[in-house]
Design a protein around this ligand. Structure first.
Ligand code: PLP
Length: 315
């Protein structure tokens, strides 16, 4: 991965303070919008973005409860699987990744990394994977692997939210809107937990039919015993055909954004969020003078796998 701010165990106890970069752009000038990017992609070379934020209190909880093993779930290109494997390596925990779909060899760049970081990979069929959180399935996994600390798919559980909230607390500009890409909803739920009066969260689901995230956010906030937030708005039209699907205009946007601002975006999450935010700005959905923060939730490891599947689209 591209950038590294800190590494090692010390980041478990420290505030990360990822950089906040101001974006200069003629559209933003014309619309009188101040836009900042919270560069969580720079947190750690391998445990980047929302993944580190969501893993932090899970790792602490696993250790405090005496576990030496984490088991989690994900697709074959999952940013979460990549980060969970790296967390295990960095913090001395064994990791097991239950992967959706049969194994294909050679392993793609994500799984290859996970394996080299020491993660044990267990491939299950797509139909088995659907039962991943049932007691029966988890008991079978315990029979096979012994006791483990379970982290759900995407790392989204009650322990994920306080870690994500910390990123909002780090922001030292008085913003009106904070934006994030959504998959399972854990990240935007943690962001909602950090909002002050008058501030809003905008979520951009990366998959089709993303309005289920409203319920997920409520459920996660309740589970984490955090006050529910009515300040979330989801923009569900920027999925580009679905999870890990793309259209040429998205690829052009991502490549142009990197050339113009020197900031890489991934095609599965952050590219879609930034594209959607720019569309909303073009449509005058924000009053002049608004201050906006877009969270760069990482995901850059996925570019290699994406380019391998679709041709070298992302520069
Ligand atoms: C890079 C990136 N951004 C955003 C998200 C969305 O996070 P969440 O699943 O918490 O909604 C994910 C993954 O899930 C991700 O990998």
């Amino acid at each position: 991965m591209r950038n590294s701010m800190q590494s090692g165990v010390d980041i478990l106890s420290r505030q990360l303070n990822s950089p906040l970069e101001k974006i200069q752009d003629s559209l933003l000038e014309e619309k009188e919008i101040e836009l900042y990017i919270k560069r969580d992609d720079m947190i750690h070379p391998e445990i980047s973005g929302n993944k580190w934020r969501k893993m932090k209190y899970n790792v602490i909880e696993a250790r405090q409860s005496g576990f030496d093993k984490i088991l989690t779930f994900g697709g074959a290109y999952s940013n979460h699987i990549y980060a969970a494997a790296a967390s295990g390596k960095a913090f001395g925990l064994q990791t097991i990744g239950v992967i959706r779909g049969e194994e294909t060899l050679p392993l793609n760049p994500t799984l290859n990394f996970a394996k080299s970081a020491g993660m044990e990979l267990k491939h299950v069929s797509r139909s088995e994977y659907r039962n991943k959180h049932t007691d029966e399935f988890v008991s079978k996994l315990r029979e096979e692997f012994g006791d483990f600390y379970l982290v759900p798919e995407g790392g989204s559980n009650a322990f994920a939210l306080p870690g994500v909230k910390e990123l909002v607390d780090e922001i030292d500009v008085d913003f009106d809107i904070i934006c994030a890409a959504c998959g399972t909803g854990g990240t935007v739920a943690g962001i909602c937990a950090g909002l002050k009066t008058g501030q809003k969260a905008w979520g951009f689901p990366a998959l089709k039919g993303g309005s289920f995230i409203y319920n997920e956010v409520d459920r996660l906030l309740k589970e984490a015993k955090l006050p529910s937030s009515g300040n979330l708005e989801l923009f569900t039209e920027f999925h580009f055909g679905g999870y890990a699907k793309y259209k040429v205009e998205l690829i052009e946007f991502i490549n142009a954004f990197k050339v113009k601002h020197g900031i890489p975006l991934d095609p599965v999450y952050t590219g879609k969020m930034m594209f959607g935010l720019y569309e909303n700005i073009k449509k005058d959905m924000l009053p002049k003078g608004s201050v906006v923060v877009a969270v760069h939730t990482g995901g850059l490891q996925g570019i290699d796998g994406f380019n391998e599947r679709y041709g070298a689209l992302i520069e």
